[in-house]
Design a protein around this ligand. Structure first.
Ligand code: HPA
Length: 246
């Protein structure tokens, strides 16, 4: 039984080490997910892989059908989701190319379809989201990073920004004031939707740039892509350990 799903982010539209068994195009009551679900073996472990920006990395963060993605993985039998997310960083402990396993999240997004609980409810439903990430899965990620000997931080507060533009320096200052240590564009509503469907969800963030205003330099796509390349080597090392642990 394949109970582990991996949601790939920017830089992880394909997993080179994944031995593909089959691909399945599916539909959900909330529409189509970002891509076909790919079933395969990653370092010997059965997984389901879904690239959230689509197979060719063409769906921007605010246009992703998060509900379809999470629903599709649930329908496929996934119980655990490892979400990979490229982030800007405000934290010296999460320097570019290193990894972080956030333990908190603040949602600054707007206008996204962010809940399954809208129509046809027997009762109004509120999920507990005090700790947005599954602690067991977080600890497994932390242990995997340690064993893989990669630079990582075992905590952090993820600021979910609307995008697709990067932030202003003032926005980053505000996020830091709120306690955020990293900023990405896809962490919400993904994490909350997984909780609504009772799936264990944790994030492995990869740092690809200093957030706006943290250095004098302009943030360029060239620099981001360079850091992503190195960061993904760390992600692969982490996965090699994680797949024997779960
Ligand atoms: N801000 C928001 N999302 C991001 C960033 C950033 O600086 N870098 C990568 N994803």
């Amino acid at each position: 039984m394949t109970n582990i799903a991996i949601i790939g982010g920017t830089g992880l539209a394909k997993l080179a080490e994944l031995e593909i068994i089959k691909q399945e195009e599916i539909d959900t009551p909330f529409g189509k997910p970002s891509a076909s679900l790919t079933y395969g073996k990653l370092f010997g472990r059965d997984v389901i892989f879904l690239p959230r920006h689509g197979g060719n990395h063409t769906i921007p963060p605010h246009m992703i059908n998060y509900r379809a993605n999470i629903h599709a993985l649930k329908d496929a039998g996934a119980e655990k989701i490892i979400a990979i997310a490229a982030c800007g960083t405000m934290d010296d402990a999460f320097a570019p190319t290193s990894l972080a396993i956030p333990d908190q999240i603040i949602d600054y997004t707007w206008g996204r379809k962010h809940t399954f609980f809208e129509d046809g409810l027997a009762d109004v439903t509120h999920i507990d989201f005090t700790n947005p990430y599954d602690e067991k899965l977080r600890q497994a990620l932390i242990k995997s990073c340690r064993q893989a000997n990669v630079q990582f931080s075992g905590y952090g507060t993820y600021a979910a920004a609307q995008g697709p533009r990067l932030e202003t320096a003032a926005e980053i200052k505000r996020m830091e004031g709120d306690g955020c240590t990293m900023v990405g564009m896809t962490g919400m509503p993904e994490a909350a939707l997984a909780r609504e469907l009772s799936m264990a969800y944790a994030c492995c963030a990869v740092s690809v740039n200093w957030a706006a205003g943290k250095t004098e330099a302009e943030i360029t796509m060239e620099d981001i892509i360079h850091c992503l390349g190195e960061g993904m080597t760390n992600i692969r090392g982490m996965f090699e350990e994680l797949m024997v642990m779960l």
